[in-house]
Design a protein around this ligand. Structure first.
Ligand SMILES: [Zn+2]
Length: 440
């Protein structure tokens, strides 16, 4: 059996009754975020380190703002903040313009510049199992209030929410409830996260595919059918120029506009990763793939001094490593549901070795994306060559099908002429009409 989590969006039927307590909890989440954010910045200034969520919990669990939410809900806020600081910490190594996570409030000033009013946005509030009582018969959830909001008699220790999902959806084995405020509709809605078990599906076949992740081509995929696909990363790169510039132009780095831009940027990235994973998994099903090899990124992130290291074809790893990690985890999840295993294999020498004859050349010249082998006298797409080496898992000791053993009459044209899929926000990945002849 395979365990999956599904999120169902639900409309709140008794909105007018629960709006006020949900507002107060959303504001409490913002206030706790700000307190923890201030604390994290202090620790950062004093020690050059950032606290993780358990440090934050130890520090803040007796703080009055921690009691604005159920304890597990408060913990979730601290986890989110710690995650945001970690990703900032990674980004700032290569981009000194990167801003730390912002405060969640808006200040209003009078003409003399004195703050006259502050307003907190309604943050998403997450309830985990101890804070939820689910009445499946009547489609209701009781969500535990924070201690600060329990000033009423016992009947008011919970927020009782009546919900409605799309027809046909059954909410069972509820793990988490997230209350999310829709600023456009000025309404709260629920995201109900359920555990579901599905029968482990049979793999579509026994073939292996290889994926090489990189900058100019975000992914190159090699199949055992002597076919290869390229997925250029230009959309990600364009966003990587556009959004930081727009964010830098905002008056207030923690303000509404900057927050909106950060959110939009991250949504576009996530959408790209999901579409790409889906496209690759569908191609794998069609080609009878049961296993996908991806280059292992772990362990080469930092050198002994903890300094970030330029790592060749992948560009700056700090900037991109997290993107590859995020993509790999989405791919792993989508593949698993189809019975396909994703395995990380060593990337060592995969860009320096000819996937046809096995010749390894330390000074391998890669020109305009071409890998030129002096032994074979052939030119391949460099990323496809890498993907094919990863597919063959050339670093594995006992390897029945390794590079070099298949030389001879093996046709190599496909290594030079991969199919190219371009990304479009509305239609996903579409094949590029023209395939350029890569032969020099
Ligand atoms: Zn060769």
């Amino acid at each position: 059996m395979l365990e999956v989590h599904r999120t169902h969006r639900a409309k709140i039927l008794n909105h007018s009754q629960v709006e006020e307590p949900l507002d107060r909890h959303g504001w409490s989440a913002s206030k706790l975020w700000n307190v923890a954010n201030y604390h994290s910045r202090q620790v950062w200034e004093d020690t050059g380190k950032i606290p993780d969520h358990s440090d934050l919990k130890d520090e803040l669990k007796t703080h009055s703002k921690y009691k604005g939410l159920h304890s597990q809900s408060s913990q979730r806020v601290l986890e989110e903040l710690a995650e945001a600081f970690t990703s900032w910490y990674q980004k700032r190594k290569s981009d000194d313009r990167a801003n730390p996570p912002g405060y969640r409030k808006k200040n209003y000033y009078d003409n003399d510049g004195n703050r006259v009013h502050e307003e907190h946005p309604r943050s998403t509030v997450t309830w985990k199992q101890n804070g939820i009582r689910h009445d499946t018969k009547n489609n209701r959830v009781r969500l535990s209030k924070g201690a600060n909001h329990k000033e009423h008699p016992k009947a008011w220790e919970y927020i009782l929410v009546e919900y409605e999902t799309r027809p046909g959806v059954e909410v069972e084995d509820l793990q988490q409830v997230r209350a999310v405020y829709d600023t456009a509709k000025k309404r709260w809605e629920l995201h109900l996260i359920c555990k579901d078990e599905i029968k482990t599906p049979n793999a579509p076949g026994n073939e292996t595919a290889g994926i090489d992740l990189g900058i100019s081509n975000f992914a190159a995929v090699a199949y055992s059918t002597k076919e290869a696909d390229l997925y250029p990363g230009n959309r990600l790169k364009q966003d990587g120029y556009y959004f930081p510039k727009e964010i830098a132009n905002c008056d207030d780095s923690g303000g509404d506009e900057a927050t909106r831009l950060h959110k939009k940027w991250s949504e576009r990235r996530t959408h790209f990763f999901h579409s790409l994973s889906k496209h690759i998994v569908q191609r794998c099903i069609a080609k009878g793939v049961g296993r996908i090899n991806v280059g292992e990124l772990e362990g080469i992130r930092e050198d002994e001094n903890g300094e970030s290291k330029n790592w060749g074809k992948h560009g700056n790893l700090d900037l991109h490593g997290w993107a590859f990690d995020r993509f790999t985890s989405i791919l792993t999840y989508k593949a698993k549901v189809e019975g396909i295993e994703v395995v990380e294999v060593s990337e060592r020498d995969t860009s320096k070795t000819c996937s046809v004859c096995g010749r390894k050349d330390e000074s391998q010249r890669i020109e305009r994306g071409l890998y030129v082998c002096e032994e074979c006298d052939a030119a391949f797409n460099a990323d496809v060559n890498g993907a094919e080496n990863i597919r063959l898992n050339i670093n594995k000791e006992s390897n029945s099908e390794s590079a070099g053993q298949l030389s001879g009459d093996r046709s190599t044209g496909w290594l030079a002429q991969p199919a190219v899929y371009l990304y479009d926000l509305s239609s996903g990945f579409q094949p590029q009409e023209q395939v350029v002849d890569c032969k020099p």
